[in-house]
Design a protein around this ligand. Structure first.
Ligand code: PLP
Length: 297
């Protein structure tokens, strides 16, 4: 086992700095690739099955085959956690259509490539951010019409998030042609109405079906917290009690300003905090039972 950070490329574990892909990999040439990010807490993979379900769906929409069987992929995910000695961190997984002579036409015989990296995260820094809340800036949603596919073609997200960052923001909220918020650059968008109802946009081709969004909707059901699945505008968000964004990497992260204007009282809200706790309970329970199932069989 190599020392230090370890990456995985097509069946081989190697030192992170030595790992490489072919220059004619279609992931590099065309962003002909999809990805997933798994959160690891206490060495456990969170929402593993839902991430793998979404990976299979994204690949299916692009007619890319799973590079290895799902069971084998779970073994690689666990090896990445183990070999990188991750206690709290992330595993990043990418599947590309594979290597072929550069040509727009989809090659008939490419072998999909599988790439994984992992890194620890600073749990204290994330909790500090959760304690402060984050700033969001809105921007027109100029992305393509298949945002439901977790494609690595993230240039609009990269540009919009960076424009937000230049203004002191942490995230962007994309806004569709009708003035409704679609989602964040790497998160799903939520508000909490003045009546305490959590609201997030319905699934469609306009947004990524966030695994954390899905798990939180389940947690809201389980705990009897009121919610609505519908669109909302920037104006409604500005008049709401709370707002937050969700992702595997941050759970439910409170939003305290939007376009430089305060949301609610300008501090992370109690409903968002309750939702984060409910999510963590549900996800931890599931991760523990998933891990013990694996150990026993
Ligand atoms: N929306 C977009 C555009 C994303 O890129 C992400 C995560 O990367 C999300 C939403 C949140 O998805 P998840 O909860 O599965 O991390």
């Amino acid at each position: 086992m190599p020392a230090g950070r370890v990456a995985y490329v097509d069946g081989r574990y190697s030192r992170h700095g030595d790992a490489a892909v072919h220059i004619e990999d279609r992931g590099l040439q065309f962003a002909d690739a999809v990805y997933e990010v798994f959160m690891v807490m206490g060495k456990l993979l969170f929402d593993e099955e839902a991430h793998l379900d979404r990976l299979e769906r994204s690949l299916g929409e692009l007619s890319i085959a799973m590079p290895i069987h799902r069971g084998a992929l779970k073994v690689v995910l666990r090896e990445m956690v183990r070999q990188n000695r991750i206690v709290d961190g992330f595993v990043y997984l990418q599947v590309t259509r594979g290597v072929a002579k550069r040509d727009h036409f989809i090659p008939k015989a490419a072998q999909p490539s599988l790439i994984l990296t992992a890194r620890p995260f600073n749990a204290a820094a994330i909790e500090k951010r959760r304690g402060n809340g984050v700033a969001v800036f809105s921007a027109p949603d100029i992305r393509w019409a298949r945002c439901d596919i977790k494609s690595t073609a993230l240039l609009p997200n990269v540009l919009a998030k960076s424009a937000s960052q230049a203004k002191g923001g942490y995230e962007v909220w994309f806004v569709d042609d009708n003035g409704f918020v679609t989602e964040g650059g790497s998160t799903n968008a939520w508000i909490v109405t003045r009546d305490g109802v959590a609201v997030t946009r319905a699934l469609s081709n306009d947004i990524l079906p966030g695994v954390t969004r899905g798990a939180i909707l389940q947690a809201l059901k389980d705990e009897g917290i009121a919610y609505e699945v519908r669109s909302f505008t920037v104006e409604e968000a500005l008049n709401s009690r709370e707002a937050f964004v969700t992702s595997a990497t941050g759970g439910a992260m409170p939003v305290v300003t939007l376009d430089g204007k305060t949301i609610g009282n300008g501090h992370p809200g109690s409903v968002s905090a309750r939702i984060q706790e409910a999510y963590m309970r549900l996800a931890t329970r599931e991760a523990v039972s998933n891990a013990s199932r694996k150990n026993s069989g």
